[in-house]
Write a protein that binds this ligand. Structure first.
Ligand code: KMH
Ligand code: ZN
Length: 303
């Protein structure tokens, strides 16, 4: 019998989109983020995708100091550390890349195109945003364009990549795959490429099975066997698309950054609950979760 397929599970612990008023379980202080990271790794996550927050307000904080408060303890989990370069979509590229440039992690996110970022419709459903920054976030999000120009992408590749960091290439639409393909030729990106396909975020591709298949087919055509395909379903799409990715031979990303839910109408109490749900999906189809070291090997990370 063939060995079981190893699936890399990434866990995104807090992000910059959801706010404390939306869920009491969203980690914002260093102690909460560290505890969530440990639980996610115990549940089987190989990669921790990290943002940091201001401890007092829970607002996104992309300072080196905010990451310094969480990184040493999270590195001790043994997981692959993936630092965001998306930061918050209101920040400049200089601000967004500061922690990844400073810490030179094994992995960093790289957003592959500019887009309307579907925050407003999601935020507008929450009536009781209790803090001023959360209400401002709602107001600003209506006219938000998440900017990732060709020059921005190249800057991130060249500055963050200089430290030996490799990239989780976040593709929110088919066009972003073509941008990645273009960047490979021009900017010296080397395989294996880690393609994180993001589904169901308004402004990007939808979360229908046909969308998922189209993304996969296009990536196969462009990158052949030189890439690893991972699926991120936003909000309520998270676990259904995790199951679809498992069935299609893909890798999976979950976590409270991407969805506050653990099932229909049921808020997740922890990112680890979502990782555990993925573990049971994978065992149901005969796959196993890759360890952090297996993920390092598969992604060609510096270790
Ligand atoms: N929240 C995800 C949909 C980043 O950090 O670079 C996008 C994300 C961006 O993870
Ligand atoms: Zn992120």
């Amino acid at each position: 019998m063939a060995d079981p397929r190893k699936v890399i599970v990434s866990c995104a612990l807090t992000g910059a989109i959801h706010t404390p008023s939306m869920s009491p379980h969203l980690p914002v202080t260093p102690a909460q983020i560290i505890a969530e990271g440990r639980r996610a790794v115990e549940a089987g996550a190989a990669i921790l995708h990290l943002h940091a927050r201001n401890s007092d307000t829970g607002a996104p904080d992309q300072s080196v100091a905010a990451f310094q408060a969480i990184l040493p303890a999270l590195k001790e989990t043994g997981a692959v550390i993936n630092i965001t370069t998306g930061g918050s979509p209101y920040m400049t590229v200089e601000e967004r890349t500061a922690p990844a440039r400073h810490f030179a992690p094994e992995l960093a996110s790289l957003n592959m195109g500019s887009m309307n970022f579907g925050l407003y419709p999601m935020l507008a459903r929450y009536r009781d945003l209790s803090q001023a920054w959360e209400r401002e976030h709602l107001e600003k999000s209506r006219s938000l364009v998440f900017r990732n120009s060709f020059a921005d992408i190249a800057t991130i590749l060249n500055t963050v990549g200089a430290g030996g960091t490799r990239f989780e290439c976040e593709c929110y639409d088919i066009g972003h795959l073509y941008t990645l393909h273009h960047m490979i030729a021009g900017e010296g990106l080397t395989p294996p490429f880690f393609v994180q396909s993001v589904f169901g975020l308004l402004g990007g591709i939808g979360a229908h099975a046909e969308d998922v298949q189209m993304m996969r087919r296009t990536a196969d055509r462009l990158f052949g066997d030189r890439y690893l395909w991972s699926v991120l379903g936003a909000g309520a799409h998270q676990l259904p698309l995790a199951a679809m990715s498992a069935a299609m031979g893909g890798h999976i990303r979950v976590g409270l950054e991407d969805s506050l839910w653990a099932g229909p109408g049921r808020m997740a109490r922890s990112s680890a609950e979502q990782v555990a749900a993925v573990a049971s999906i994978l065992s149901g189809v005969g796959h196993v979760m890759a360890t952090p070291d297996e993920a390092r090997d598969m992604l060609g990370l510096k270790g």
